[in-house]
Design a protein around this ligand. Structure first.
Ligand code: F6P
Length: 545
């Protein structure tokens, strides 16, 4: 069954939220703390080894209550059921959205067209397990009998960002194989990568759900040509593997069927790292760690499905985000992990969140009259503190920010970890409290500054504060906790799509540019240039000079 089609602005809760916003919009976060000594406890959810503190936000119990009413009125519970049960909720593509089935327990049953897909999922997992074990152990060798030392993942979008992010995040758990990712159609990417590789010891994994993506096919073809300069066509079978739904195209490319890993059209590209798209993850960190990643995600799935909404992490985070996006007019959200291992995390979430919820037409096909998907950005702390934090602290924009930190480091050096985490806690406190003029003045007087210079400098040293943050404190960066963290954001995406009454699982917006690029490639390769606007025409003529 389809998702409901309800305009959120037509609900009672939306109207109440609007009145509530107008009455409370200037209320400061620190004032909420002053009037309620138990606020931190009330606005904290603890689940497994996660602690999610959302108390440093511009909201009261009443705000949260109204946001929860909004979720009720928009039939969120019903939508969650349909999501997990494989209803065709990706209506414009006529598909179910079942990345959750990829991490289901072996005994679970998830029906697609009346058939339980879990056994098939486990069959592919077994194939991944056997393949990765044979590569890591050296049982499977290259065409000259040498062990594999390097793996190149060739894919783009979800076929690149997910594996690339996780491989980087779990580097600590890695084995000896060196991982490389080639995604961009820009030849710099592929040729720079190839410069450092030995064809005798490199395994290539071509990842493309459709196996029609220009970037991936161009890169795979270039790499195969390079490989064939050193080896024979028969050797391709030993050095190339593929992940796709399009088995026909894979065999045209010449990849041996035993190295082909299927996926399904009910897995969206940007949510596919849990499928065989995660083959590079398993190769990098071993199948057990890949499986633990899936287990963590499955635990978050259970939490999301079963927990009451006021204690449900993805639901609460999604509602808070709606509060800023639709009432405060916040356009962006920053995600700041305090671990260098998560350096690709916001890039990964940019696709997940922006490709899903960057929509302006509602489920009835009408233009929306309210804001939808937020702009996502971020970099790890503390680097980001020395880059763009100035704007969050003293700029003019409301930027809700998620801080992700760990109680324990992986390296075990307490000195480094304490310094890192001191910054982590200091930032959310500073963002909320700011620094008032009286405090700045006192400091400057103590430094011996004269009255005149002090008055001049004072306004620049004041921080307004009141900047909203969520703090996620997790025990340790492990495959399991990472799986849960990724799934948490996936479900936040889902909840927001339900609230905004949009289809989160298609991506038609990517198509137009792709189509035009095909036409323009002909213009570049042929002598004639087709009709374009005068700017594009001038640019094409200049390029072809
Ligand atoms: O960017 C559009 C998109 O369709 C993504 O959703 C997808 O992850 C990516 O292209 C790559 O697609 P494929 O895996 O089919 O090559």
């Amino acid at each position: 069954m389809a998702l409901q089609n309800i305009n959120p602005t037509s609900t009672k809760a939306w109207k109440q939220l609007t009145d509530h916003f107008n009455a409370n919009k200037n209320h400061e976060i620190k004032e909420y703390f002053k009037s309620d000594a138990t606020r931190a406890d009330k606005f904290t959810i603890e689940w497994n080894d996660f602690l999610v503190d959302f108390s440093k936000n511009r909201l009261s119990r009443e705000t949260l209550g109204l946001l929860l009413n909004l979720a009720e009125e928009l039939k969120l519970k019903d939508a969650i059921g349909k999501y997990f049960e494989g209803d065709i909720i990706n209506e414009t593509e006529g598909r179910a959205v079942l990345h959750t089935a990829l991490r289901a327990k072996k005994t679970d049953s998830v029906l697609v067209d009346g058939e339980n897909v879990v056994p098939e999922v486990y069959e592919v997992k077994e194939k991944i397990k056997a393949f990765t074990a044979s590569i890591i152990s050296g049982d499977k060798k290259g065409f000259t009998g040498k062990k594999f030392t390097d793996v190149v993942n060739i894919g783009i979008g979800g076929s690149d960002l997910g594996p690339a992010m996780v491989v980087e995040a779990l580097k600590f758990y890695g084995n000896h194989l060196k991982m490389h990712f080639v995604s961009n159609v820009d030849g710099d990417h592929v040729y720079e990568t190839l410069r450092h590789l030995d064809p005798e010891t490199t395994l290539f994994v071509v990842v493309s759900k459709t196996f029609t993506t220009q970037e991936t096919l161009s890169n795979a073809t270039t790499i195969k040509k390079w490989f064939l300069k050193h080896a024979t066509q028969a050797d391709v079978a030993k050095h190339f593997a593929a992940v796709s739904t399009n088995t026909e195209k894979i065999s045209e490319f010449g990849i041996a069927s035993e190295n082909v890993f299927p996926m399904w059209d009910w897995v969206g590209g940007r949510f596919s790292l849990w499928s065989a798209v995660g083959l590079s993850i398993a190769l990098a960190v071993g199948f057990e760690n890949f499986d633990a990643l899936l287990e963590g995600a499955n635990e978050m799935d259970d939490h999301f499905k079963e927990e009451d909404f006021d204690q449900n992490i993805p639901v609460v985070l999604a509602l808070i985000s709606v509060w800023y996006n639709n009432f405060y007019g916040a356009e962006t959200e920053a995600i700041i992990p305090y671990t260098q291992y998560l350096s690709r995390f916001s890039a990964y979430l940019q696709q997940g969140i922006m490709e899903s919820n960057g929509k302006s037409v509602d489920r009835a096909g009408n233009p929306v009259t309210y804001q939808t998907g937020t702009i996502i950005w971020g970099e790890p702390g503390t680097n980001s503190q020395h880059a763009f934090f100035q704007l969050i602290h003293q700029g003019t924009k409301v930027i809700p920010t998620d801080f992700i930190g760990y109680r324990n480091s992986l390296h075990g050096d307490t000195d480094h970890h304490n310094k890192l985490m001191a910054n982590f806690f200091a930032q959310t406190e500073a963002l909320m409290n700011g620094k008032e003029a009286a405090e700045v003045k006192k400091e400057l007087v103590e430094k011996g500054m004269d009255e005149k210079s002090l008055d001049k400098l004072l306004p620049f040293k004041v921080f307004q504060g009141n900047n909203p943050t969520n703090t996620l404190l997790i025990d340790k960066l492990t495959p399991k906790s990472l799986g849960a963290l990724i799934a948490m954001y996936e479900h936040k995406i889902f909840v927001q799509g339900v609230i905004w009454n949009i289809f989160s699982y298609d991506q038609w917006g990517v198509e137009l540019g792709k189509q035009l690029a095909t036409t323009i490639l002909k213009d570049i390769e042929n002598s004639e240039i087709a009709n374009h606007d005068s700017s594009t025409l001038n640019l094409l003529h200049n390029f072809k000079k």
